[in-house]
Design a binder for this molecule. Structure first.
Ligand SMILES: CSC[C@H]1O[C@H](OP(=O)(O)O)[C@H](O)[C@@H]1O
Ligand SMILES: Nc1ncnc2[nH]cnc12
Length: 282
């Protein structure tokens, strides 16, 4: 059974693409998520929405609780997560208001808890950090109506300040395509939680290699201009996800739990049961 989670980023705070909405608070062993989850459905498929930064945009990319947000999705039975994100462009041909479905990410964050597994040792594979199948569906749906790029490397910076011109130019020279502040550790955690995860990125600006400066009002204004497009892409993709077959992402922990079963403390078993129970007896 498919259940689709949607994480709304800057400029996307409401699940107005849902048919009916019920609000649910979720408790997690990692603390509180950014907000309540909104439960609903799209064309008969169960859906869950969470505002990444919380209502009123209360949490910055460095302070928001990624572990709680992703754990909450897992606890609600979500199998596929679509993240909506605002990004700056690092190349001329990825223009403001274009849509990008990134296929790679380069992690430059340094202040964030980026694994569920502090109490046991788990090494998952992350060579392809975004689910290729989910990304393909998002691209196919989006490109029918909107100017869409099917790949790109997302440079995830710590923030919350925007880049300097020197940094922006270095990122371009290194071949990165778009820049944002939230793709990691979200993608890592979704993989650890064995959920398919992909990003619909809206280009809001050309970052500072091209412009004199980037301002938050410019980002929010352009993200809001594309809100209807993002909601439309999600609505049209959900039905197709219901037909998506099994996927490697859903088995990411197979063979990845390195700590011997008999060395896993009872407290860790309790805390991590939701994530590791298919692989651990008792
Ligand atoms: C609001 S300006 C910078 C902010 O926007 C993006 O957030 P999100 O990915 O949640 O749309 C970017 O990553 C920064 O966090
Ligand atoms: N230029 C930029 N840098 C970092 N994050 C962003 N989000 C949107 N535009 C951005």
């Amino acid at each position: 059974m498919v259940k689709v989670g949607i994480i709304g980023g800057s400029g996307i705070y409401n699940p107005s693409m849902f048919d009916k909405v019920e609000e649910k608070k979720v408790r997690t062993p990692f603390g509180p998520p950014s907000d309540s989850y909104m439960l609903g459905e799209i064309d008969g498929v169960e859906t869950v929405f969470l505002s990444r930064h919380g209502r009123g945009h209360r949490y910055s990319p460095s302070t928001l609780n990624y572990r709680a947000n992703i754990y909450g999705m897992k606890k609600l039975g979500v199998t596929h997560v679509i993240s909506a994100s605002a990004v700056g462009s690092l190349r001329e041909d990825y223009r403001p208001l274009d849509i990008v479905i990134p296929d790679q990410v380069y992690d430059r964050t340094c202040k964030r808890a980026s694994t569920f597994f502090d109490d046991i040792v788990v090494h998952i594979g992350l060579a392809d950090p975004f689910c290729p199948e989910l990304s393909r569906i998002l691209y196919e749906v989006s490109s029918k109506k909107y100017r869409t790029h099917d790949k790109g490397t997302y440079l995830c910076m710590e923030g919350p300040q925007f880049s300097t011109k020197a940094e922006s130019n270095v990122y371009r020279k290194l071949g990165f395509d778009v820049i944002g502040m939230t793709a990691q550790p979200e993608a890592k955690l979704a993989r650890e939680a064995e959920m398919c995860f992909a990003i619909i990125a809206t280009v809001t600006d050309y970052d500072v290699w091209h412009e004199e400066s980037v301002t938050i009002s410019q980002v929010i204004e352009n993200a809001a201009k594309n809100e209807q497009a993002v909601q439309d892409i999600i609505r049209s993709s959900v039905k197709r996800l219901a037909d998506m077959g099994d996927c490697q992402c859903r088995h990411a922990l197979e063979g990845a739990i390195t700590t011997s079963e008999n060395a896993i403390p009872a407290s860790a078993r309790r805390k991590l049961r939701l994530l590791i129970s298919p692989y651990i007896k008792g």
